[in-house]
Design a protein around this ligand. Structure first.
Ligand code: GP9
Ligand code: MN
Length: 679
């Protein structure tokens, strides 16, 4: 036994003695990645990224054993240079954007530092170069080992292939441990690759970067195939569609010449507008704006995994989100036909504002591509006092307050403006609720039978539930919108401005929360029994229909008014606003709601909703919304085909960059024609 132990120990000793270079490589590489996390996100105690980094470095290190010992240094040294470079670039990127670099963004990020972020004073800091110690350490260790004749010594002992295999197995064990710690959210974010800070925090630097390369190349490769077919379908579709432009209607040009301020209302669902708790409205300001303005009460967001960014995209382009990946991450560099570009031609100055980091959803890159002349964001343009932090960052009230003078200045220097203000506080998981004063308990009066004394009793109702917290943060967001409108008014900015408000997507609150809300009995502080006659159910369709979001167009002089109940989607916003403001988006997929009789809203998964039916693609069946309507199988088939067509055309435009390429082709044809003419 003792002998056995002795042999094992001496084997380990020998292994350590003859793998010095390898160990130094692993330690320095993992050390540097850890240092990067320390110096950037200051994430000290996470074990996950450490496991992932060790796994990744072991895997790469394993292949070094296929080289002869005297050549191994070259292999490990090359990787050390690559890794050090990665750390430096990521550190610099973080200094500027508070996020990590992506290969798909590297080519442009230097230019963006120059152009987009003129206010960034320092591109590099001394700490960005602290990672060079790895290279120094590797050289030092190599020279030392050489001096000690290490490479000659190991060449007789090392069996490269066996060591390589063992190291791969060790790496897989680390990865195995790592994967077992992952949550569903971690995995889904890994696929999307947009929240890069989160990914480095959970997956470590090396796994993140490998996945980033994979995702970036995947999206680069797919446009190589199928272009001709896609271009043909695209041409045919728009030729047919643009044969006749819609007839003018009572809303045509009604807002022509007005400035536009669009409020991207984070996670606000439409049902909030009618809701009261203890008789108090959750959204008094939105209610007022909806009743004074034009209120679209059957409006659906059409977002996919890109949530906020998808809605921004669909709102501006009238296209649907990408079928795989996210436009803002994988296809931000394409040319899209946006409302902004038409308005720019009409003399508008376009800007966007957001109190979160500029890199979220690649806004710093995609906003200029959309046609925004300027993107105001934290850290460049907003100050965050500690007391102003609520939920994810700067609270909406301070965000709006800080935005007003900027808008004022823009209005003074430009003939017209179009601005988008992206809200933040009402964001899942609605953490801000604890600091918001809005009661979600259930109050009722109780009369003492003996004394006749009346007391107010409070039953917990929605307290400490996600839905209750949502009510509170929605109430806060509504208050912020109300204050913003007042501040704009005081600044004299409402006279010629249309305020446009859309909820960007639903709040993704579970059905159980709604059942609790609908069926709560305050007198017993319990939930009604399912077979109670008053029990309210919520089936699949009720839930889906309840996901609708508000869409409001409001002007101080009440130029436009009324409730529009026709079903409408985010992709109908640009054509509808275009009709009012005086432009026609020739590459839209949606419609001016006042020019179409039977509208259909298509969702990214192929489901759709019309005024008559909600159809679920996953169920393969639908629910009639109009009890008087009669439909046949053909109606469903036609709409399914329509849904598929919308998704295909849209995705082709995105992946193959069809709008830009078509325009380029047209320009070539035009050039040739001019040449012929001049000859
Ligand atoms: C991030 C914010 C939220 O800056 O817009 O995005 P979401 O999580 O809703 O997509
Ligand atoms: Mn959002």
């Amino acid at each position: 036994m003792k002998e056995k132990f002795k042999t094992i120990m001496s084997k380990i000793g020998l292994y350590m003695k003859t793998n010095k270079l390898f160990f130094v490589f692993v330690l320095t590489s993992v050390g540097n990645a850890t240092l990067l996390r320390f110096l950037t996100v200051q994430n000290y105690f996470e074990i996950k990224p450490l496991l992932a980094d060790i796994g990744a470095v072991l895997l790469i290190g394993a292949f070094g054993y296929f080289f002869k010992p005297k050549n191994q240094f070259k292999y490990y040294f090359t990787w050390s240079i690559i890794f050090t470079f990665l750390c430096i670039v990521n550190s610099m990127y973080y200094t500027n954007y508070m996020s990590y670099a992506s290969v798909s963004l590297l080519a442009t990020s230097l230019q963006v530092v120059d152009v987009g972020d003129a206010i960034v004073k320092q591109v590099m800091e001394l700490k960005d170069f602290s990672y060079i110690w790895q290279i120094v350490a590797m050289i030092f260790v190599h020279l030392y080992l050489k001096k000690k004749n290490y490479y000659d010594y190991v060449k007789d002992i090392e069996v490269g292939k066996v060591r390589a295999l063992n190291t791969i197995v060790a790496s897989l064990i680390f990865f195995g441990f790592f994967v077992s710690t992952l949550t569903g959210l971690d995995i889904s974010r890994f696929g999307k690759q947009w929240n890069r800070t989160y990914l480095v925090m959970k997956f470590g630097l090396y796994t993140y970067q490998a996945n980033d390369i994979f995702v970036s190349f995947k999206t680069k490769i797919s446009p190589l195939f199928g272009y001709d077919e896609a271009a043909k379908e695209f041409r045919e579709y728009y030729e047919e569609r643009n044969k006749e432009t819609p007839e003018p209607n009572e809303y045509t040009d009604i807002l022509k010449g007005r400035n536009v301020l669009v409020i991207h209302a984070e996670s606000i669902q439409n049902f909030m507008l009618g809701t009261t708790v203890n008789g108090v409205e959750v959204t008094p300001n939105l209610n007022r704006l909806a009743s004074e303005g034009l209120y679209f009460s059957n409006f659906y967001a059409q977002e996919s995994v890109g949530t906020s960014s998808d809605s921004e995209f669909t709102f501006l382009t009238s296209l649907m989100p990408a079928t795989s990946g996210t436009v803002a991450v994988s296809y931000w560099d394409r040319d899209y036909s946006t409302s902004l570009k038409y308005l720019k031609d009409m003399g508008y100055y376009n800007f966007s504002m957001h109190a979160n980091n500029g890199t979220f959803w690649n806004r710093n890159l995609i906003h200029p591509k959309y046609g925004y002349d300027r993107f105001f964001y934290y850290t460049n343009d907003y100050y965050i006092k500690k007391s102003d932090i609520l939920g994810l960052g700067l609270n909406d009230k301070s965000f709006f307050k800080q935005s007003v003078p900027k808008i004022k200045e823009i209005s003074e220097n430009n003939q017209n403006f179009y601005g988008t203000l992206i809200m933040l506080t009402n964001h899942t998981p609605f953490d801000a609720a604890s600091e918001i004063d809005f009661d979600v308990d259930y109050k009722y009066e109780k009369v003492d039978e003996e004394t006749g004394e009346v007391t107010t009793v409070s039953a917990p109702f929605l307290e400490d539930t996600t839905l209750g917290n949502y009510f509170k943060t929605v109430h806060y967001a509504d208050e912020a919108i109300g204050e913003f409108i007042d501040e704009l008014d005081e600044a004299g900015l409402l006279e010629n401005t249309a305020i446009v408000i859309y909820g960007d997507h639903d709040a993704k609150i579970k059905k159980a929360e709604y059942l609790h809300y609908y069926n709560y009995d305050p007198y017993t502080d319990s939930i009604l029994d399912e077979d109670d006659p008053n029990y309210k159910t919520m089936d699949y369709y009720d839930y889906e229909l309840n996901r609708k979001v508000p869409f409001i167009i409001w002007t101080k002089d009440q130029k436009v008014q009324g409730e529009i109940t026709k079903v409408m989607g985010m992709y109908d916003a640009s054509p509808t606003l275009g009709n009012m403001l005086g432009f026609y988006n020739e590459y839209a997929l949606g419609h001016d709601i006042f020019s179409i009789d039977d509208n259909i809203v298509v969702f990214p998964d192929g489901s759709w909703v019309s005024d008559i039916m909600y159809y679920s693609s996953s169920k393969g069946e639908g629910k009639l919304l109009d009890p008087e309507a009669t439909i046949n199988a053909e109606y469903i088939e036609n709409n399914n085909a329509y849904a598929e067509k919308m998704i295909d055309i849209s995705n082709d435009i995105i992946v193959y960059n069809l709008i830009k390429r078509t325009k380029e082709d047209e320009a070539i044809v035009n050039d040739e024609n001019t040449e012929e003419y001049t000859e």
